[in-house]
Design a protein. Structure first.
Length: 664
């Protein structure tokens, strides 16, 4: 019996708390994280605190190969890659046996820091500069909030742990109890309030370390996310207290006035966003036409080597060739498309510079027979952040004839690693000056937070709270549109918006399966989509807006450039023989979609085999708004080993069985 009890504790330590290599159960359970390399005197000096928190930075800054963070919107209605995401295939995304998002490793590391440092701080026993010490404690509160927000976005309800735990089965099981997501969000906001109080506005490291404004921005993001989740998922099992909510048994005394809770979070979002937006100016856009944006501050901000000078950047990651901290974003972005591409729906969502949607009467739209035509007189963000043939690729090198190297025709037929998947290639993050000595690697900086999000957060939160665009929101919106080179009269855009047209290429035109009737709200969403394009925030927005229900009944087929038009001539040799191969061509493997289906390239309709699970388009199931919890966590937290007896519960629609998909 005792042996079984100890085994249970061991399993809890590994799977529930995911202590990993930081400690082993029983023998090493009372050791601090990193005890094998950390002396007992650690965390007694300012330098110790600085070193500990910086190693806990866990942001999705780019690394590895391909487009890095600029590929994080792949698998949405914004961007497409050659592979598909299983979230669009009901039944294919399955419950894991182990692992997953139910993990406390990073949270425990920060809790250990706070548990160790706070008493020393209060007793003035930490040596060093008082303000710096407070700053690093503020970083810890920020980092815990950031980790918890990741959990809320992935899982919804989650356990709240403020301390490390002892070698005790009952305690380990008890702390696994999931708390309602709104309570977790309030806990996150409390941590961010502590962070904002302690953090400095500037650091000796510039903007490569967390600052007060970063905490305020994250607070606005968290609050807006929770407010809109509660608003649009109201009346479902995905909201605490909703019908079928699985947390009712674990939280028997839970009550919530959901409308008051929504109002609270909207207020928090507005207040914190305003503090950032009023204090941080947007970077200037010179509004070039995209041929050569190498001297455009707005363009350079996403691909420069040092981002400290850009007012709008609140936090960024620095890379270094001597330190061998590099990435390959520009290797793939400058030379090709890195197996990604903008979707036709996104490209068409950009208005004309005059503020009119492209389908509006007398908009001035030049059509999409050529990629260069698509960009003429459009929102300047489309002009500078999307490639077109003939545009400059490098300013630091020439071809063998001494001429500028320019963008060629989209390589839609290339290998997957470099392919122009839709023909509409990204240029956000592009750097014209890539020293040849760096080869395939690069050291351009990567933005973690930028202030324009605060502008957008305020606009959306204030509109949802008050039902109108107040003077502050209008001022922010004007600044964003002016910077984008778009007529600042948003009402002109609103009055010419046709929701049925917008619904063809924008999931954000929907909430809860219904097409939005509020055109102002829709255009607020549109502005967010276009300003944050390729920055990895699209899917989170679609989930909080509940903007995917319509795909249950009406799957969505992604399209790209107009391949069956004048651009098909680009793919013929000198004898006029085309390299484009449609499906069902005898004896040949297809590389483009059928002209008879659409004039536009359909990346997931090239392979018509039944094994192509997105052949008929993106589909949805409501369970996919949240991730499943792996089975090992249920058996370990169960007194009898039965998942049904666990102290935690599975998310709605997901089964208590490994390797099984969700149902409605």
């Amino acid at each position: 019996m005792k042996k079984s009890y100890i085994n249970k504790i061991q399993q809890l330590c590994v799977a529930v708390l995911a202590f990993s290599t930081l400690l082993s159960c029983n023998k090493y359970l009372d050791r601090a994280p990193l005890s094998d390399v950390t002396p007992s005197e650690y965390l007694n000096t300012e330098a110790d605190l600085a070193a500990y928190t910086i190693t806990r930075y866990n942001f999705p800054t780019h690394g590895g190969w391909g487009l890095g963070t600029f590929a994080n919107d792949n698998g949405t209605d914004n961007q497409v890659t050659s592979g598909y995401a299983t979230r669009w295939v009901p039944g294919e995304w399955r419950v894991g046996a182990t692992g997953g998002d139910w993990d406390f490793t990073n949270i425990r590391q920060v809790n250990y820091f706070l548990e160790s440092v706070l008493p020393k701080w209060k007793s003035n026993s930490i040596t060093g500069n008082k303000l710096n010490i407070e700053h690093y404690i503020g970083e810890a509160y920020f980092l815990r909030a950031y980790e918890y927000f990741n959990k809320v976005q992935a899982l919804g309800d989650f356990a709240i742990l403020k301390n490390t735990v002892k070698d005790n089965l009952e305690e380990l099981t008890a702390i696994s109890t999931r708390k309602p997501r709104n309570e977790v969000a309030r806990f996150i906001i409390a941590d961010l309030d502590s962070a904002a109080t302690l953090l400095s506005t500037t650091t000796a490291s510039g903007k490569t370390r967390i600052t007060k404004n970063a905490a305020l921005l994250l607070k606005s993001r968290v609050a807006l996310h929770e407010a809109t989740w509660l608003k649009y998922h109201k009346g479902t099992a995905l909201v605490p207290g909703g019908p079928g909510w699985p947390g009712a048994k674990s939280n028997p005394n839970f009550t919530m006035n959901i409308d008051q809770e929504i109002d609270y979070f909207l207020t928090q979002a507005m207040e914190s966003a305003q503090l950032v937006a009023d204090g941080v100016a947007l970077v200037n856009n010179t509004k070039d036409n995209g041929f050569n944006s190498s001297n455009n501050p707005y363009f350079k901000m996403f691909g420069d080597f040092d981002l400290n000078s850009y007012s709008e950047v609140l936090l960024w990651r620095q890379y270094s060739l001597p330190l061998n901290v590099t990435h390959t974003v520009n290797h793939y972005m400058n030379r090709n498309a890195g197996n990604s591409g903008y979707a036709k729906g996104l490209v068409e969502n950009f208005t004309m510079a005059n503020g009119l949607p492209i389908y509006a009467a007398n908009s001035g739209y030049k059509g999409d027979n050529l990629i260069s035509d698509v960009k003429i007189d459009r929102d300047n963000r489309l002009q500078i952040f999307m490639k077109a043939p003939g545009e400059l690729s490098y300013t630091d090198r020439k071809n063998t004839n001494g001429q500028d190297i320019v963008e060629g025709k989209p390589d839609i037929l290339g290998i997957a690693e470099t392919r122009y998947v839709t023909g509409y290639a990204l240029k956000k993050g592009f750097n014209y000056l890539i020293a040849q000595s760096e080869g395939a690697t690069s050291t351009t900086g990567s933005i973690v937070f930028r202030a324009v999000e605060a502008y957008l957060n305020y606009i959306e939160a204030s509109y949802l709270k008050n039902g109108s665009v107040n003077a502050k929101a209008q001022a922010y919106w004007t600044q964003i549109r002016e910077r984008a080179g778009v007529n600042t009269d948003y009402i002109n855009t609103v009055n010419n918006t046709d929701m049925n047209m917008e619904a063809k290429g924008d999931f954000g035109a929907y909430s809860a399966g219904q097409l939005l009737s509020d055109k102002v709200l829709y255009n607020i969403r549109r502005e967010r989509r276009l300003e944050l394009v390729a920055e990895g925030m699209r899917f989170a927005d679609l989930k909080r807006w509940r903007a995917l229900d319509q795909l249950t009944a009406k799957p969505y087929i992604v399209e790209g450039m107009k391949i069956w038009g004048p651009m098909q001539e680009w793919y013929k040799d000198e004898k006029g023989v085309s390299s484009l191969i449609q499906p069902n061509t005898s004896g040949k493997t297809a590389n483009v979609s059928l002209q008879s289906e659409s004039n536009y390239l359909r990346p997931y309709r090239i392979n018509l085999a039944a094994t192509n699970l997105v052949l008929d388009g993106y589909k949805w199931i409501s369970a996919h708004y949240l991730n499943p919890i792996a089975m090992s966590h249920f058996t370990i937290t169960s007194p009898d080993g039965s998942p049904e007896s666990s102290s935690i519960y599975q998310n709605p629609g997901w089964p208590l069985m490994a390797n099984q998909g969700a149902t409605n």
